[in-house]
Write a protein that binds this ligand. Structure first.
Ligand code: F6R
Length: 245
């Protein structure tokens, strides 16, 4: 595992963008696995800037997102499809038909989940997967549990995830309680994984990734099984980890 400590959020975002740009430079039709949430926003801003400067061409790029809330229409302003359009796709030369986000308002959501794995397979697999991490160690919406799922599936959000995500909604009650998410097995199939984390509330979860132990209580610990993971954390997290030891 490659561990990079960035001075701050801006530096973390630039390093993440460097890694993504490198993959696109090598393969102009790369499959990017994308995440939502507050963590990758700076990375997407950096990618937009590089597109505007003529440094990255997204015309042949395909993207596949990790997850979506169940019950939110793609046009809902808190849906992850809406987020991706607003934060990235509307500002670059990507063909939106080549961008995939699970449809959280599909009539048959289990079918939607199954098809999502087929889409990934048909695309030929993910070249680089961007991940954020929950305070509880969730990646995508694979929450701590007795067992973790391999493929894309429907899941219930942990109470602390609902609370953490309520900052984007008008009230706690408005936060969807279920999501459709890629499974851990699917994430581990990506050729490269880039996990970004900033802020000391993520330190405990990150410690797990560095512990040499794997536990379903911290799903992100599974990343230790992958041979090409780059962890980009900010100084706040590294200071917190060092101070606790
Ligand atoms: C989002 C996702 C989640 C987030 C995580 C961290 O697509 O899969 O696992 O990465 O909840 O969210 P933020 O970045 O808002 O702290």
């Amino acid at each position: 595992m490659r561990i990079i400590v960035a001075d701050n959020y801006e530096a973390m975002s630039k390093i993440a963008a460097d890694n993504i740009q490198e993959v696109i430079t090598e393969k102009n039709d790369a499959i990017l696995g994308l995440a939502t949430g507050s963590t990758p926003i700076g990375t997407y801003e950096e990618l937009i800037k590089r597109y505007e400067e003529g440094k990255i061409d997204f015309s042949k790029i395909r993207t596949i997102n990790l997850d979506e809330y169940i019950g939110l229409h793609p046009n809902h302003n808190q849906s992850y499809r809406y987020f991706m359009n607003e934060k990235l796709f509307n500002h670059i030369n990507i063909n939106k038909e080549n961008t995939y986000v699970p449809n959280g308002s599909a009539e048959n959501i289990d079918e939607e989940a199954k098809n999502y794995d087929k889409i990934i397979e048909n695309l030929g697999g993910i070249d680089i997967q961007i991940l954020g991490i929950g305070n509880n160690g969730h990646i995508a919406f694979n929450e701590p549990d007795k067992a973790l799922n391999v493929g894309t599936h429907v899941t219930s959000l942990a109470q602390n995830t609902i609370e953490a995500n309520s900052r984007f909604f008008e009230s706690l009650d408005d936060v969807p309680k279920k999501a459709v998410t890629m499974g851990i097995g699917q994430i581990l199939k990506a050729k490269k994984i880039l996990l970004l984390a900033n802020g000391k509330n993520k330190a405990e979860a990150i410690k797990g990734i560095l512990s040499g132990k794997i536990t379903t209580d911290n799903p992100a610990t599974m990343l230790q099984l992958h041979s090409d993971v780059t962890l980009i954390i900010d100084k706040e997290i590294s200071d917190e980890i060092i101070n606790c030891n």
